[in-house]
Design a binder for this molecule. Structure first.
Ligand SMILES: [Zn+2]
Length: 165
C-alpha cells in the first residue's frame, strides 16, 4: 500500500517482485505531472519501472477501501499533503485499532491543530483530512501514529517483547 508517492515513501518499490502496489489513481497520475512546487517531492524512477503490478483505487472522499474485506486494513483518502494521499486504519484482534495518519498528520502539533507542516499541496484539504481522521480516532479509539514525529516515535512499541531485550 502506498499512502502516496513522495520520495521518502517509494525507495523500495520494485524490491518485492510479487508485490501488488496499491495506490490511488489520482496520486499515481499526479506523480507523473506534479506542479512545480511539488515536483521535488517525487522521484519518477522510483515508481516508473517496468513489470510493476499496480492496483489503482478510484476512491471518493468519503469512501474507505477494505483491503482484504475483513476490516483489518482500511485505506482512507486523506488528500492535502498530496492530491491522492491516503491514511490507514489497522484493526488487529489483540491490539485494537492503529491509525497510521502517514503524512496527513506530520507531527503531534499538526494532529492537535497547532501547526501546519512545511509542505502541503492544499492547505484546506490538509486541515479537513486531519479533522476527518479525528472522527476515525473518536469512533475506533485508535492509537494514532503520525508520519514524521521523532519525539512520539520513541514511545511506540515496534515489535514483540524480544525486540527490546
Ligand atoms: Zn509526503
Amino acid at each position: 500500500m502506498q499512502s502516496h508517492l513522495h520520495l521518502d515513501h517509494t525507495g523500495a518499490i520494485g524490491n518485492f517482485p510479487n508485490a501488488t502496489h496499491v495506490v490511488q489513481r489520482k496520486e499515481y497520475e499526479y506523480a507523473f505531472t506534479p506542479d512545480w512546487f511539488a515536483a521535488g517531492g517525487y522521484i519518477r524512477k522510483d515508481f516508473d519501472k517496468p513489470n510493476l503490478k499496480w492496483q489503482f483505487l478510484e476512491l471518493n472522499y468519503n469512501d474507505e477501501f477494505d483491503v482484504y474485506g475483513d476490516g483489518v486494513i482500511k485505506i482512507i483518502p486523506t488528500p492535502g499533503h498530496s492530491p491522492g494521499h491516503c491514511s490507514f486504519l489497522i484493526t488487529l484482534p489483540n491490539s485494537g485499532s492503529i491509525l497510521l495518519t502517514v503524512d496527513a498528520a506530520y507531527t503531534t502539533d499538526h494532529w492537535e491543530e497547532k501547526a501546519l507542516p512545511g509542505f502541503l499541496a492544499s492547505t484546506v484539504d490538509t486541515v479537513r483530512s486531519v479533522k476527518k481522521l479525528h472522527e476515525y480516532d473518536d469512533k475506533y479509539d485508535a492509537l494514532v501514529v503520525t508520519g514524521h514525529d521523532p519525539i512520539r516515535w520513541g514511545e511506540f512499541k515496534k515489535g514483540p517483547e524480544e525486540y527490546y531485550n
